[in-house]
Design a protein around this ligand. Structure first.
Ligand code: ATP
Ligand code: MG
Length: 418
C-alpha cells in the first residue's frame, strides 16, 4: 500500500525535540507572567475577511500565502497566517477596551502560510507573540522590546542583533510615498514582479523585497526619516534614547518596513548571525499598530506587539546542551509493587519514575532502563521488599546506595544531594 506522508511544509515534533519546545514555552510563561501579560487563545481559523482587512490586501501574506477554503456552508474561511488579527478581533468582540489599558496579552500556537519550505520556513509553523493594546505611550514599545530581549536571553540565545526603524505617522508616510514613487518610476521595468505589484498597491513594501538585485537598487531610495513630521521625529527619538537607557544595543535599518499593512511608527526585528538559517535569520519581529483596532471597527486602541518563530528558536537551541533531569527506573519482579512505589515517589519527590510492565528478567530490565536514559535505578525485588530497603544505582556516577527506609529514599531523590 502507498505510504501516506506528512504534507509538504509540515513537520512532526517528535519526543526527542518536544522537551526543547516545552522548555521554550515554559520560559515564555514565566517571563511574560512576571510582567503581567496574560495568555489569550483564539481560533486557528477565522473569516477570510479578517485577514484581508487586518493584514492588508497589499501584503504577501494575503496575496499568495493564505490557506483559504470554503466551508460546507459556503463561508470563506482562512487558517490563521499570523496571530495579531485574531487577537484584535477578540479584543473588539469581547470589549476588552473596557478593561485596564493597555491589555497585556500573549499567545502561542500554529500559523499557516503557503510558502516555499526551507530551513526555518514551513507551511505550518508555530509562533509565540505578545500584544499590548490600548495605549500610545512609547514606554510600552520599550517594555515589549525589553521583554523580547529578556526572553531570548533567558533561553540562552546568543549573537542576536536588534534592528529598529520607524515608518512614522500616516501623514509622513503619505509624503514619503510620493517621493518613493517618483524614485521608483525610473526602475519600474527592472524590478521583480512582486515589486511591480507592490508599486501599484503599497510602494513602501518594495523596501521589504528579498531579491538581491532589487535590494541593491533600493539602496539609493530616499529615506523615510527625511519625510518625518515633528511628532514622528520625536517618537523615534524617544525610542532610541529609551533603548540606550535600558542598555539594549540596536542598529537602525532604514529599509525595515515589515511585511504587514498595519504598522506605524516603531518597527523592529531580532536577527541571528547563525548562517544555518540563511534568509530566515529573523527570529522575532514586531512593531506598533495604532490603527488596526479602529480599522476593524473597534474603539481607537493604539497597540504594539511582536511574534517569534518557534522553529527558528528551536533550531538555534538544538545544538545546546540542557541540564539533565533525574530519570528513575524501578527494577522489580512485581509490576504491581513497582507501580505502587512509582506513583508514590512521583507524587512525593516530584521525580520522573518509570518501571517495567513485563516483569522481565533483571538484566533485561537494566537494558530497558538504559534505553529510557535512566539516570538512576531502584532495585525493588522480593529481598528488598521484605527488609523494607531500596538499592539505588546512580548510572552516571556508577555508585550504589543502600537506603533502609522510604524516608531515606525520598530525601535521596527530593534532596539536593543528587
Ligand atoms: P520572513 O521575512 O522570514 O518571511 P515575515 O516578515 O513574513 O518573515 P512575520 O509575519 O513578522 O514574518 O512573523 C514573525 C516571525 O515568525 C518571523 O520573524 C519568523 O521567525 C516567523 N515566521 C514567519 N513565517 C514563517 C514560516 N513560514 N515558517 C517558520 N517561521 C516563520
Ligand atoms: Mg514572510
Amino acid at each position: 500500500m502507498e505510504k501516506i506522508i506528512s504534507p509538504r511544509g509540515t513537520k512532526d515534533i517528535l519526543p526527542s525535540e518536544s522537551s526543547l519546545w516545552q522548555f521554550i514555552e515554559a520560559k515564555a510563561i514565566e517571563t511574560f507572567s512576571l510582567a503581567g501579560f496574560e495568555e489569550i487563545r483564539t481560533p486557528i481559523f477565522e473569516h477570510t475577511q479578517l485577514f484581508s482587512r487586518a493584514v492588508g490586501e497589499s501584503s504577501d501574506i494575503v496575496n499568495k500565502e493564505m490557506y483559504t477554503f470554503t466551508d460546507r456552508s459556503d463561508r470563506s474561511i482562512t487558517l490563521r497566517p499570523e496571530g495579531t488579527a485574531g487577537v484584535a478581533r477578540a479584543f473588539i468582540e469581547h470589549s476588552l477596551d473596557r478593561g485596564s489599558r493597555p491589555q497585556k496579552l500573549w499567545y502561542r500556537g500554529p500559523m499557516f502560510r503557503y510558502e516555499r519550505p526551507q530551513t526555518g520556513r514551513y507551511r505550518q509553523f508555530y509562533q509565540i507573540g505578545m500584544e499590548a493594546i490600548g495605549l500610545e505611550a512609547p514606554f510600552i514599545d520599550l517594555e515589549v522590546i525589553k521583554l523580547a530581549y529578556n526572553f531570548l536571553q533567558e533561553l540562552g540565545i546568543e549573537n542576536l542583533t536588534l534592528a529598529i526603524n520607524s515608518i512614522g505617522s500616516a501623514a509622513s508616510r503619505e509624503a514619503y510615498r510620493q517621493q518613493l514613487l517618483a524614485f521608483l518610476s525610473e526602475y519600474q521595468d527592472d524590478v521583480c514582479d512582486d515589486c511591480k505589484r507592490r508599486m501599484q498597491q503599497n510602494p513602501l513594501r518594495v523596501l521589504d523585497c528579498k531579491v538581491p538585485e532589487d535590494q541593491a537598487l533600493y539602496k539609493n531610495a530616499p529615506l523615510i526619516q527625511d519625510s518625518f513630521d515633528e511628532e514622528s521625529k520625536q517618537i523615534f527619538m524617544q525610542m532610541k534614547t529609551g533603548l540606550e537607557a535600558l542598555g539594549i544595543s540596536y542598529t537602525i535599518d532604514s529599509s525595515l518596513v515589515r511585511g504587514l499593512d498595519y504598522y506605524s511608527h516603531c518597527v523592529f526585528e531580532f536577527k541571528t548571525d547563525d548562517k544555518g538559517l540563511g534568509q530566515q535569520s529573523t527570529v522575532l519581529a514586531g512593531g506598533r499598530y495604532d490603527n488596526l483596532i479602529s480599522e476593524l471597527g473597534g474603539v481607537s486602541s493604539p497597540a504594539v506587539g511582536w511574534a517569534l518563530g518557534m522553529e527558528r528558536i528551536a533550531y538555534l537551541l538544538e545544538a545546546k546542551k540542557f541540564p539533565e533531569t533525574k530519570r528513575v527506573y524501578i527494577i522489580s519482579d512485581s509490576a504491581i509493587e513497582a507501580s505502587k512505589l512509582a506513583h508514590q515517589l512521583r507524587f512525593d519527590a516530584k521525580v520522573l519514575v518509570e518501571y517495567d510492565f513485563e516483569e522481565a528478567k533483571v538484566a533485561k530490565q537494566m537494558n530497558k532502563a538504559l534505553k529510557r536514559n535512566a539516570s538512576h535505578g531502584i532495585f525493588y525485588l522480593e529481598d528488598e521488599r521484605k527488609s523494607g530497603s531500596y538499592l539505588v544505582k546512580d548510572f552516571q556516577a556508577k555508585a550504589e546506595f543502600n537506603l533502609t527506609s522510604y524516608t531515606e529514599l525520598l530525601s535521596f531523590f527530593a534532596g539536593d544531594s543528587v
